[in-house]
Design a protein around this ligand. Structure first.
Ligand code: NHR
Ligand code: GAR
Length: 208
């Protein structure tokens, strides 16, 4: 089984979905830059080491990310999963984990990179929104796309109702992406991801 570390900053519902998906991975640690992150409780409840690494105790992003690398590599991790992790990572960090660092982002990338994506989608008036799991590269929210799911934007939506509809899809596609990674089914070529699964080269998951 591959070893994975989850980085999170808050609620941790994506981490919870991963834990409940019975994936062929061992979670060696959950690490948060916010010591009070609720998501750390899911780790503790399962006997997974929960590590708080407060970024406020470090002078620079470089020093903080070096401490993060030290903590992650100390567990022998093969895969690093960002699950609601809210700190931009340095180039050095991203390059250290090239090809084995993934993120879930609450929009259909390359639309709406950055923060407050649901507000941006409502502001633009798009009729379809969604979420994306991608490999992380130094350019924020621009790495190779592994899987996406789409949801309708409904006339009465506000940021919260839209976020909830997207979140339900996040909880479906993130476990699928991690399963593919763990089974060795993902290949990156020319900045794009191929999924090798039963002769099917690409998958699209439509919302139910
Ligand atoms: N780092 C790199 N280099 N590349 C990516 O694609 C990354 C990344 C780090 C995190 C997640 C991301 C998202 O999915 C992610 C992708 C935080 C910010 C941000 O602006 C932006 C994007 C993402 C995560 N963070 C502020 C910062 O100054 C802090 C905001 C806060 O603490 O609330 O780091 O959207
Ligand atoms: C999720 O919607 C995730 O896509 C998003 O934050 C939420 C975390 O929820 N991530 C980002 O915006 C990354 N910048 P969770 O803590 O319940 O998984």
């Amino acid at each position: 089984m591959i070893k994975t570390v989850v980085l999170l900053s808050g609620r941790g519902s994506n981490f919870k979905a991963l834990l409940e998906a019975d994936l062929p991975v061992t979670f060696t640690a959950a690490i948060s830059n916010r010591p009070d992150a609720a998501g750390l409780e899911y780790a503790r409840a399962r006997g997974i080491p929960a590590i708080a690494l407060d970024h406020k105790h470090y002078q620079t992003r470089e020093e903080f990310d070096a401490a993060l690398i030290h903590a992650i590599d100390g567990t022998g991790a093969d895969l690093v999963i960002l699950a609601g992790y809210m700190r931009i990572l340095t180039k050095a960090f991203v390059e250290h984990y090239a090809g084995r660092l993934i993120n879930i982002h609450p929009s259909l990338l390359p639309m709406f990179p950055g923060l407050r994506t649901h507000e941006a989608a409502l502001r633009e008036g798009v009729k379809i929104h969604g979420c994306t799991v991608h490999f992380v590269t130094a350019e924020l929210d621009h790495g190779p796309i592994i899987i996406q799911a789409a949801v309708p934007v409904l006339p009465d939506d506000g940021p919260d109702s839209l976020a909830a509809r997207v979140l339900a899809q996040e909880h479906r596609i993130y476990p699928q992406a991690v399963r593919w990674f763990a089974e060795g089914k993902l290949a990156i070529s020319d900045g794009r991801v191929n999924v090798r699964e039963d002769g099917v080269s690409q998958w699209v998951l439509a919302a139910s």
